[in-house]
Design a protein around this ligand. Structure first.
Ligand code: FES
Ligand code: FE
Length: 433
């Protein structure tokens, strides 16, 4: 690809500078790079698939994607969660066309081969009549299982790489931060209903970079929306730190807010938006959270972040997202609302409602971003624009290692989290594990 070659030559063979502060725009539109990402990143990393609460009983299943590969996630008779390619072993048709449901078997719509939800091929149409000679070895024709499946706090992950390090090792320094979000109460959390899905014509990394640590844009891109919810951008930024966790993860957090506001409540949002009952519920959970979770990680409240490569966290709005790439210039976002499983019904309803009002395709904040991300993608498609570089220099070199939190951080607004994301992207693209 001539354009890529030009970019590589112009920057000492690097699409991403060693510290991650300078990134070639071509990586946001190149088909060649995208194909390599599918192999090196989506083909090898642990990818988020959904939550166990979406599989409440034996036979429950949902379908999703790992990169561009369709997969079925199901709970077998033995209670075990399995993940298989959603592709018939006969000729590759999708065997499950539903988003979610309950089924002990899946029957392919093409020639009606039937698979148990543990992947075994259990039925071949006209087997007696037409597969006698030569016979069919059904034992070898099950659905293809993915290499590894694991969960953390009920969140289901899988990887196509049999040699990938265990999930908790891949999440590394993110684990105590995930504990502080998802393990504050004994019952854990659950997702509400099904994910909301919509497409945006942008590159997946533009979206993940924004979630990793772009709090810089909030007061401008979302200016008018923030007025509507009486959100003070200046106050928000004043209490903000940026954290970079080894492995390409990164986030913005409120760490011991200097204004003395309560660190355990979703202080980044106008708490008066919640009813007194919901605030009371949040207060009442603090003692349990303090017992269960590392104190320093509880104090460092994650506002928005990216878990490499495509899991986004936005706990202040009770949502997490999975960003499915659909080519170099399109993503499909799957947004999940989560709540404490043991919370009273009215609290669950209120929190889910708050999410829908603010974020999501119909929320007041979300749509502002989509137009910007699309414009960046268009720039990266231009003959001249694709030769440019994007700057992630804010606070470069000021990251310091925080021993208690186990991550790199800057005490104020910076682009440290994005630099972490692009360094890991670069390392993975060069074949690193
Ligand atoms: Fe599935 Fe033929 S492709 S049965
Ligand atoms: Fe935004």
């Amino acid at each position: 690809d001539a354009d890529i070659a030009a970019v590589i030559d112009s920057d000492q063979n690097r699409l991403v500078s060693p510290d991650g502060s300078r990134v070639a725009r071509a990586i946001f539109s190149s088909e060649e790079i995208y194909q390599r990402e599918l192999a090196e990143i989506f083909g090898k990393c642990w990818l988020p698939l959904g939550h166990e609460s979406q599989l409440p009983r034996t036979g429950s299943f949902f379908t999703t994607f790992m990169g561009e590969d369709a997969v079925i996630v199901s709970r077998g008779r033995d209670g075990q969660i399995r993940v298989h390619l959603n592709a018939c072993s006969h000729r590759g048709a999708k065997v499950c066309l539903e988003d979610t449901g309950t089924a002990n078997t899946f029957t392919c719509p093409y020639h009606a081969w039937t698979f148990a939800n543990d992947g075994r091929l259990v039925g071949v149409t006209f087997e007696e009549q037409y597969y006698k000679n030569p016979p069919l070895d059904k034992g070898k024709l099950g659905l293809t299982p993915v290499a590894q499946v694991d969960t953390i706090h009920g969140m289901i992950f899988a990887t196509f790489d049999p040699n990938a390090v265990p999930l908790r090792e891949a999440l590394g320094g993110m684990v105590p931060f995930l504990d502080a979000i998802f393990d504050r109460r004994e019952g854990g959390m659950e997702v509400v209903g099904q994910p909301v899905k919509w497409r945006i014509p942008t590159n997946w990394k533009i979206y993940q970079d924004n979630f990793a640590g772009d709090e810089y844009h909030i007061g401008f891109t979302h200016g008018s929306s923030l007025e509507a919810i009486r959100f003070s951008d200046e106050q928000f930024l004043a209490g903000l730190v940026h954290c970079a966790v080894d492995g390409g993860h990164g986030f913005a957090a409120n760490f011991d807010p200097p204004d003395g506001s309560e660190p355990y409540l979703p202080l980044n949002q106008p708490v008066e938006a919640f009813s007194p009952e919901t605030r009371e519920y949040m207060q009442s959970c603090l003692a349990e959270a303090e017992e269960r979770v590392s104190a320093i990680h509880l104090r460092c409240q994650l506002a928005a972040g990216t878990v490499f490569p495509n899991w986004s966290l936005l706990p202040i709005f009770h949502t997490f997202r999975v960003c499915h790439p659909k080519g170099p210039n399109e993503i499909e976002l799957w947004a999940y609302t989560f709540v404490d499983r043991d919370a009273p019904e009215h609290v669950k309803r209120e929190l889910a409602g708050y999410y829908n009002f603010s974020f999501g395709p119909a929320g007041i904040v979300e749509q502002d971003d989509g137009a910007i991300w699309e414009s960046i993608t268009r720039t990266a498609q231009g003959t001249q624009g694709s030769r440019g570089f994007s700057s992630y220099e804010m606070g470069a070199g000021t990251e310091y290692w925080h021993e208690g939190l186990g991550c790199w951080m800057t005490d104020k607004l910076s682009e440290a989290a994005q630099r972490s994301f692009f360094r890991e992207w670069s390392r993975r693209m060069e074949g690193g594990k």
